[in-house]
Design a protein around this ligand. Structure first.
Ligand code: SF4
Length: 359
């Protein structure tokens, strides 16, 4: 039932276009196959997470850019492809260029595919440089490990990172952003969970659909908590995957049940080849309003944000919105950033019964 020619065509073009090729774990493939069997076709929400539809490369809109948040301009000299230092007290360590699986909607496709084609320093050398930089910048109190997937590394390397960051720098808070848990939950073994607990790590789970939280994944989240790891979550609102209030409610409730407190929901970045997943700002704000009117505060307390070169901006930061041109200006701490909205004429809201195919 999978469209092999589309998949082959996509993989053949991926590198040249700066998008990630298809990569699906056996665990996630089982979920996709159950979805295909139930729907009787491809193109359901879990399928769209990991496989391209025709629109993925064909639908383009004006003003898409390869790297909207400008990650590259915030990489200190000598740490290109290794560390992003954009905020005073946080830094982001690009532990690995690999993820357990690839998400078609990934906002960091460009940087990730670029990193995958470069020769990066060996992992020990990378860690030496990061520790050295952190030691010279004691104002950095939180280290975020993300992009590829920081739990997609060996136990030995993970242990070394945690030990050295804790013992040789001023970092007090260590945060992991991961989708390994939904792609390959076995990675979160008892030993890994105990190690993360020992270093009082925080884990931000990236879960985009409630069916990703199946039994094994739920057990792993509980295992993390048993070891004292604090769990949170964040996800983007994506057309064809979770762009209806019914599914957002179900996902937020499921995350709350698992004590993976939802913090942020993201407006998709206007990056190249992302149009198949984007939706207009007006519809996004409408979804958030409806969530607010129809659910309890522990469900709707989550913030809708856009990640930008000046940091995360919210609805309250909109200083100008030209609906004719689609140009939206956000202002934060005296700095301005312009984003171009997704055209309403191209928006096709998903059918709830397709998104929630289990009924
Ligand atoms: S796991 Fe995260 S970084 Fe990796 S492809 Fe998916 S969204 Fe991108």
């Amino acid at each position: 039932m999978l469209d092999n020619s589309l998949r082959e065509q996509f993989n053949a073009q991926a590198k040249q276009l700066g998008v990630l090729p298809i990569k699906v774990t056996a665990h996630y493939q089982r979920l996709v196959e159950e979805e295909i069997t139930t729907l009787g076709r491809t193109g359901g929400p879990l399928y769209r997470v990991v496989y391209p539809t025709a629109a993925r490369l064909e639908m383009r809109v004006a003003h898409e850019v390869p790297d909207f948040v400008e990650d590259r301009t915030n990489m200190p000299p000598g740490l290109e492809g290794v560390l992003i230092h954009k905020y005073h007290q946080h830094a982001l360590f690009l532990v690995t260029d690999k993820c357990a699986g690839h998400c078609m909607y990934c906002f960091r496709q460009d940087v990730m595919s670029d990193l995958q084609s470069q020769t990066l320093p060996a992992i020990d050398e990378k860690l030496n440089r990061v520790v050295d930089y952190l030691a010279k910048h004691p104002q950095i109190s939180e280290l975020i490990l993300s992009e590829g997937d920081p739990l997609n590394v060996s136990f030995r390397y993970l242990e070394q990172i945690l030990q050295r960051v804790r013992n040789e720098t001023s970092v007090t808070d260590i945060r992991f952003h991961t989708r390994s848990i939904v792609f390959a939950p076995k990675v979160l073994s008892e030993n890994v969970c105990a190690l993360l607990g020992q270093y009082r790590a925080r884990i931000y789970l990236h879960v985009v659909h409630p069916y990703e939280l199946e039994e094994e994944v739920s057990e792993v989240i509980k295992r993390l908590q048993t070891h004292g790891v604090r769990t949170y979550s964040q996800f983007p609102i994506l057309r064809g995957i979770n762009d209806q209030v019914a599914i957002l409610t179900k996902l937020l409730r499921a995350l709350d049940d698992l004590r993976a407190n939802p913090i942020n929901v993201f407006i998709p970045d206007p990056i190249s080849y992302s149009a198949a997943f984007r939706l207009p700002l007006k519809r996004l704000l409408g979804l958030m309003d409806e969530l607010y009117w129809t659910t309890s505060s522990w469900t709707n307390g989550v913030r809708l944000v856009l990640d930008t070169p000046i940091g995360k901006v919210r609805r309250d930061d909109i200083s100008a919105w030209d609906e004719q041109t689609g140009q939206v200006t956000f202002q934060r701490e005296g700095k301005k950033v312009i984003s171009h909205d997704f055209p309403a004429a191209l928006d096709e809201p998903s059918q709830v019964n397709t998104l929630l195919w289990k009924g």
